[in-house]
Design a protein around this ligand. Structure first.
Ligand code: BGC
Ligand code: BGC
Length: 628
């Protein structure tokens, strides 16, 4: 009897399973059947979609306006968090996941039940999220020259992002920054396309390693990985004077040689999406560039994922911004943009795009191409089968293993540019029994400063209250011998330094956090009080200067006073990695991923240029050995 009951239960369970996956009877929907070939699923779903549903798939809106009704009524295909856009201050993984869940329920409640895809910038770890592991920004990763490390970081970031229920990230930035005056230079791995290409190994880290049969086509291994986005296509790092979103003046050959190569690797490595650059190429806005987006990227390189526009980029195509949205949408969609990061004016987007299709300005074939690409990614990554956050991943956020990996990345990203004055013996590594040690400078005990932009907020924040992590000062304190005396003074007076009886000093100076245009800078000087702290301390004590910055800064006027000089870039939350190397638990191995200029009037100046006269050349970096 019990046996019969068990069988009946099993049968009932099977029926339920079949009906929920849509694989049975009259309710059978081919597109919901994961056993069907990918193209069959896409064709089947596309054939059932109305124009409104198609346009909805192409729409990406901001979290702050994405109510369940907005998502449902407009068939919204994607939602994003802009920089610093969280469900609540210091939101927990559960708060993030339940936000995504609510939105997803709304998307699935539409007649066709197409899941929405939630995207976020995870450009150096899951930056918007409280207590996430923050890795060095790309400029530092470039200095490691370690693609395996990049891949491991990608995998760790993917898990932290999935912990919050999010399946899609706007990373990596594969810009080839040719001018450090650009405010986004730290988002670039290097000025050398070969180094950027090498570091695209972060993509198989994010998405999981594609099997040979999937290479060159969008691929995401499963729910422990995320869909990635290579950005910003193309030439974002080559603008005039490094002005953000400006014009990149270069011939086609130069574009192919310098800015395009990372996209070859991204496409071959199965990147799921590519974001278009705000910038122009020889005066033509990339968002309107049919030749580069459609003819080159889609047709020549055979990119099969979707092309996404940047934040309000279509609005920015007209002056004043948004003044002719109809024209902007026409140009952008006809150029080949598939998903539009609107992110607010969705009624304008839907209304205008609908009329452009109805009056045949935009052919239905263009809309179908866009939707196919978006659906291809959603199907491939298993979003239809697994649309909801997986609560079992909650513990991945900020976990120790990831922090250890970030600390390793910090160690490998440090570049030692000077070690002892001319004719003197090397100063580093310092002995752990260092006697009385002065630590000075605004960035020695400044977690926000060492993380930089895209951390908790869009622009980043100074100070120690933003998230969990270890400052450089804390790292030093926990590394030195018990006999050592560490004295911290942010801005010590000459008297204090002279009378302090210090054996050594570590001075940590640098740039405040910034993102995008706010970081554009034509002088590239070390902000006050950095120079005066260097002056005061280094005139009196044997000093190591550690620079926290998104790019090389003007150091030539001070370099002779400094005994040892370390470029630490924007290391992130694991400041202990700096002390690991200063005190010889590990050696210095990092190599400049950028040219260190003598003066700004040399810029732009990159490795291979005919009149190359740097202070420290690309690829330079002294090495030390661990001191045991
Ligand atoms: C958003 C960012 C976005 C920027 C664009 C900000 O308000 O938070 O995500 O990159 O605007 O200008
Ligand atoms: C930036 C992108 C970013 C987007 C969303 C834009 O302003 O240029 O890199 O992915 O905002 O935050």
């Amino acid at each position: 009897m019990g046996h019969i009951w068990r069988c009946a239960h099993l049968l009932l369970y099977c029926c339920l399973l079949l009906s929920t996956t849509g694989v049975q009877g009259s309710g059978y929907l081919k597109y919901k059947d994961p056993k069907q070939p990918l193209n069959t699923r896409i064709d089947d779903l596309l054939s059932r979609m109305s124009l409104a549903e198609k346009i909805g798939q192409m729409a990406q809106i901001e979290r702050s306006i994405a109510t369940p009704d907005v998502i449902k009524n407009n068939y919204i295909g994607s939602v994003l968090s802009g920089g610093g856009s969280w469900p609540a201050p210091q939101a927990t993984v559960q708060e993030w996941a339940s936000m995504v869940t609510e939105m997803q329920k709304a998307a699935l409640s539409t007649p066709l039940g197409i899941p929405m895809i939630y995207g976020i910038d995870a450009v150096h770890g899951h930056g918007n999220v409280y207590k996430a592991t923050i890795f060095p920004h790309n400029v530092g990763l470039g200095a490691t020259r370690d693609p395996e490390l990049a891949k491991k970081i990608g995998a760790a970031v993917a898990l932290e992002v999935r912990a919050t229920g999010i399946p899609y990230i706007f990373a990596p930035c594969v810009a080839v920054c040719r001018d450090p005056r650009w405010g986004r230079c730290y988002e670039s791995f290097s000025e050398d396309p070969k180094v950027v290409q090498m570091m695209t190994q972060i993509i198989p880290g994010f998405q999981g390693e594609a099997p040979p049969s999937s290479l060159g086509r969008p691929f995401v291994a499963g729910t422990r990985n995320v869909a990635a986005c290579a950005k910003h296509y193309v030439g974002d790092g080559g603008t005039y004077k490094g002005i953000n979103e400006n014009n990149t003046i270069i011939d086609f050959h130069g574009l192919l040689q310098i800015h395009m190569p990372p996209y070859y690797n991204a496409v071959i490595n199965s990147v799921s999406s590519i974001m278009v650059s705000f910038s122009s190429w020889n005066g033509v806005r990339m968002h309107a560039n049919h030749f580069l987006v459609t003819d080159f990227l889609k047709n020549k390189l055979k990119f099969r994922g979707f092309v996404i526009s940047d934040w309000e980029a279509l609005d920015k195509m007209t002056n004043p911004r948004g003044s002719d949205y109809h024209l902007s949408i026409k140009l952008g969609v006809l150029a080949g943009i598939d998903m539009v990061m609107i992110p607010f004016n969705y009624t304008g987007f839907i209304g205008n795009l609908t009329s452009l299709v109805l009056d045949n300005t935009i052919p239905m074939s263009r809309i179908d191409d866009a939707v196919r690409r978006i659906l291809r990614v959603k199907f491939t990554m298993g979003l239809f089968e697994n649309p909801f956050p997986d609560p079992s991943l909650a513990g991945e956020l900020g976990k120790q293993e990831h922090r250890d990996l970030a600390r390793e990345a910090v160690r490998k990203s440090l570049v030692l540019l000077k070690n002892g004055k001319y004719g003197e013996k090397p100063l580093l590594p310092l002995p752990k029994k260092c006697g009385k040690l002065l630590v000075a400078g605004s960035y020695a005990d400044n977690l926000g400063g060492q993380c930089g932009g895209w951390t908790i907020t869009w622009q980043g924040l100074e100070g120690n209250n933003l998230t969990a992590g270890t400052t450089i000062l804390e790292g030093i304190k926990s590394t030195v011998d018990g006999s050592a005396q560490v004295v911290f003074s942010e801005e010590p007076s000459p008297d204090f330094v002279q009378k302090g009886g210090f054996n050594y000093a570590i001075v940590v100076v640098g740039e405040p956090p910034y993102a995008e245009s706010q970081g554009d800078n034509l002088n590239l000087t070390i902000p006050a009080p950095g120079p005066s702290v260097i002056e005061t301390v280094c005139s009196n004590v044997k000093c190591i200067v550690v620079l926290i910055s998104g790019r090389p800064l003007l150091i030539e006027p001070y370099i002779n006073k400094i005994d040892a000089f370390v470029a630490a870039w924007l290391p992130g939350t694991e400041g202990k990695g700096v002390a690991d190397v200063l005190f010889g638990d590990y050696g210095f191995t990092g190599k400049l991923s950028r040219t260190w200029f003598k003066s700004v009037d040399q810029l732009p100046m990159n490795v291979g240029d005919p009149h190359y006269d740097p202070l420290f050349p690309f690829g330079f970096g002294l090495e030390t050995h661990p001191s045991f």
